[in-house]
Design a protein around this ligand. Structure first.
Ligand SMILES: *[C@@H]1O[C@H](CO)[C@@H](O)[C@H](O)[C@H]1NC(C)=O
Length: 275
């Protein structure tokens, strides 16, 4: 399959085009939604939804994987929090309930994703084009060693309440992220450190564990197939020859994540099996 690349397939609607002076937002900061067609690693095509709310300073991406799993990423720029949620369809013939929800909460760094305000202005020239990211970022491996209490989680980010409501018992984060949020003044009582291999020497990876009822370390991987990770700047030369730069597009990235977390029973981690 040939990758379709265009130099600037994306246009950030320049405020000047709208007749608004630079730096001034559109009248009401309504959430905006963009739908893009994205190529999946298995060759299939999925529709990805990108929502931006510049008022709340957050961005939400959602896509359905080939196996039906719904993957959501909510980036809360105000609280410096990003939330990954996976709604995994169960295999009914294996006696699994209809779906399993997982939430992974981690620190949002500056410059990981373009600002919500720019995302809200993003338009595509050709909505039918199937996109593939220009840059593949390295797989990130995260060890999720802390559980987050759902009812208190809204104090960390209000989006936890909306995004993780189906994953109340399965919201995970990392001690290093917790440290960062505690320094910002977030209430620590919502976090509970999970058992580690150092506490339970028998604790092994679920894929190596034969007993369905034993605790183990589960792995779950997901990938954000396409997201605007950087702004592109173009140069402009005015009549007097003075050069200025302005935002004129985005660079797209793909990034995969692998999360390790404790489960009290291997049967909660049935996808993580040796094949
Ligand atoms: C989460 O916090 C609520 C409110 O304080 C508490 O009632 C509940 O027991 C906690 N849940 C867990 C699993 O610790």
């Amino acid at each position: 399959m040939r990758r379709q690349r265009r130099s600037i397939p994306w246009v950030l609607l320049a405020p000047l085009l709208l007749g608004l002076p630079l730096g001034e937002a559109a009248p009401a900061a309504l959430p905006s939604e963009l739908r893009v067609r994205v190529r999946l690693p298995d060759g299939g095509v999925t529709e990805e939804s990108l929502q931006a709310d510049s008022g709340a300073d957050c961005v939400t991406l959602e896509l359905r994987k080939g196996d039906g799993t719904l993957v959501t990423l909510a980036a809360d720029f105000k609280q410096e929090v990003k939330i990954f949620r996976a709604l995994i369809l169960g295999e009914l013939e294996r006696g699994q309930s209809q779906f399993q929800a997982l939430c992974f909460v981690t620190r949002l760094h500056r410059n990981e994703i373009i600002p919500s305000e720019s995302m809200a202005k993003l338009r595509q020239k050709n909505p039918q084009t199937v996109r593939q990211a220009e840059e593949v970022r390295a797989l990130e491996h995260l060890s999720m060693d802390v559980a987050v209490n759902f009812s208190k989680g809204a104090q960390l980010s209000s989006h936890i309440y909306n995004v993780c409501s189906e994953a109340k018992e399965a919201i995970y984060t990392r001690e290093e992220d917790v440290k960062f949020w505690l320094e910002k003044g977030v209430d620590g009582s919502m976090f509970e450190v999970l058992p580690q291999s150092t506490d339970l020497p028998d604790l092994q990876r679920c894929r190596l564990c034969a007993d369905r009822w034993k605790p183990c370390i589960c792995s779950y991987g997901l990938s954000i197939e396409w997201y605007p990770c950087m702004l592109k700047y173009c140069k402009n030369r005015d009549a007097a020859g003075k050069v200025s730069s302005y935002k004129c597009g985005i660079r797209s990235c793909q990034k995969a994540y692998s999360f390790d977390y404790y489960v009290p029973q291997k049967q909660l981690c049935l996808w993580d099996e040796e094949t």
